[in-house]
Ligand binder design. Structure first.
Ligand code: NDP
Length: 481
């Protein structure tokens, strides 16, 4: 892949021999905590993994089918099944099946995104002030490596949406309702890709891992398949599975899917409701934020700590595009027109949530980038100094901030994210449960993520983490949790 900021010829991965920016070496006298994902799988984790592998695809199917066959009623199919008025077989018979035209659309979509990702190096960072794109360093991996990434997600998003706009308004190659019209057949294609990617990553970890020192085999096949073995699987130097699958077919699709739902509302009812506009706007802000901050995303848990398996591979291909867009889908079947007061309240709540989410993430990013030499809420930040050790035995230093949003609670970024998520749901009114699935899911995801992250941080930082939790006792809501 061509490079954009003068790093041509540089290897996409390098070993960090000098462990930390502040010059600490491996010859530390203190004994820091060991870092990295669990090596052993307890029974609870194993049962959860098998449960998810078995049920997650059915959850996606259930919601999409409920909209298609039951006007988005979540309870009606269950009641009909219980009363014997329908059967699983008849539900299945009424479900749209795989089609070759959907396969063609999906193949073109994924191939186009892969082309943009691999072959169109970022130029937007050269003329958009403040945007960080081009080749960027990832975080230090447990084995002590630093991967390089080609950050061009914003550019891919802009090109894709410009083409979508040009097609809808000038070229008319395909209908803007194409995604809605093929929604279930496309789901089968997304599943095929999700399982294929996860299986490929699993086999690749055994046969030709990108970096064997960053692989983790627990000895439990289910757990390894689901949670991944390789840390940062790649094909060649630059095709990074995590960055591509999470951002490209999944998150770029999110706003296009919503636009397709909006076009469908227009086609069916000759108008677009304010609720549909709200959902499109609030979710587009979230998506654009993701791509604007793609370089920051390299420092988040997905890239820094999770290994790549079914959880990320299938999740990015199927779970994310199908369940994160349920509000728009619901509004196609139920075109809710909100009162001005309701719409304004939802908009404000969503924007405040977004502000907390973004500012909290920004504070940590600024703090870490400047190693604490910055101003947070007008003051020099306070922090706790920590030590940890990577798998190669090298000791590193880190800092945990105790001021700004990070002094109020340990994960206010999740709280802001949850407020935004609730706003998407509330934009759909109170007629059905289905649009509220998202807030239930996000609460489970982020609370579990919070606990998982803290468990990891506790193993990584040991007693230093305890000092941090003593200084900042609450996780998401001060005084409550
Ligand atoms: P965070 O950005 O909160 O990162 C957690 C890491 O930050 C910790 O592992 C630790 O890493 C470091 N850290 C923790 N406390 C401090 C502190 N006080 N000072 C400095 N560093 C600290 O988590 P995520 O990566 O999970 O989330 C990033 C964002 O993405 C969040 O806003 C979240 O809401 C969002 N998200 C959205 C999802 C969605 O599906 N919509 C899914 C997942 C996340 P270290 O080891 O470096 O010390």
């Amino acid at each position: 892949m061509a490079e954009t900021n003068g790093t041509a010829g540089m290897e996409a991965t390098r070993r960090r021999t000098q462990p930390s920016a502040n010059g600490k070496t491996s010859e530390q006298s203190e004994e820091p905590a060991q870092w990295g994902r669990a090596w052993e799988v307890d029974w609870f984790s194993l049962i959860s993994v098998i449960g998810l592998l078995c049920f997650a695809p059915f959850i996606v199917f259930y919601f999409v089918m409920a909209c298609d066959q039951y006007q988005c009623s979540v309870s009606q199919p269950l009641f009909e099944l219980l009363r014997g008025e329908t059967s699983l077989l008849s539900i299945w018979a009424r479900t749209a099946s795989f089609t070759w035209s959907a396969a063609k659309i999906y193949t073109i979509w994924v191939a186009f995104q892969a082309f943009l990702y691999m072959c169109v190096p970022d130029i937007t960072h050269k003329f958009i002030p403040g945007y960080v794109g081009g080749v960027q360093d990832g975080a230090l991996t447990p084995a002590g490596l630093v991967n390089k990434y080609q950050i061009n997600g914003l550019q891919c998003w802009l090109i894709t949406h410009a083409l979508w706009y040009a097609n809808a308004n000038f070229f008319h190659w395909f209908s803007p309702t194409i995604i809605f019209d093929n929604w279930i057949p496309l789901m089968w294609c997304a599943n095929i890709l999700g399982y294929a990617v996860a299986t490929f990553a699993f086999i690749k970890a055994y046969l030709f891992p990108t970096n064997s020192e960053d692989c983790k085999f627990t000895g439990n096949l289910f757990y390894d398949y689901m949670m991944g073995i390789e840390f940062n699987p790649r094909i060649g130097e630059w095709f990074d599975f995590k960055l591509f699958f999470n951002g490209r077919p999944g998150i770029i699709a999110w706003t296009l899917i919503n636009l397709s739902y909006m076009a469908k509302q227009q086609e069916l009812y000759s108008q677009v409701t304010n609720s549909m506009i709200l959902v499109n706007v609030l979710q587009a802000i979230y998506v654009l934020d993701f791509f604007w901050n793609e370089a920051w995303y390299l420092k988040t848990i997905d890239i820094c700590h999770d290994h790549f398996g079914w959880y990320l591979g299938w999740g990015d291909c199927v779970w994310l595009p199908y369940l994160y867009t349920l509000q728009g889908l619901y509004l196609v079947y139920h075109p809710v027109q909100l009162s001005d007061a309701h719409a304004l309240a939802v908009l404000l709540f969503g924007l405040v949530g977004y502000y907390i989410f973004r500012s909290t993430n920004h504070q940590k990013d600024l703090f870490r980038r400047t190693e604490g030499s910055c101003s947070i809420w007008g003051r020099k930040p306070t922090f706790i100094e920590c030590l940890y050790r990577s798998a190669d035995g090298v000791v590193h230093r880190s800092k945990l901030m105790t001021s700004g949003f990070w002094g109020v609670a340990r994960h206010l970024n999740y709280t802001g994210d949850l407020m935004g998520s609730l706003a998407y749901c509330a934009a759909c009114g109170f007629g059905h449960m289905l649009p509220y699935f998202y807030i239930v899911y996000m609460t489970i995801l982020l609370v579990h993520r919070c606990v998982r992250d803290e468990h990891r941080c506790s193993s990584k930082y040991g007693k230093d983490w305890k000092c941090y939790t003593d200084a900042v006792p609450y996780r998401l809501i001060p005084g409550v949790f």
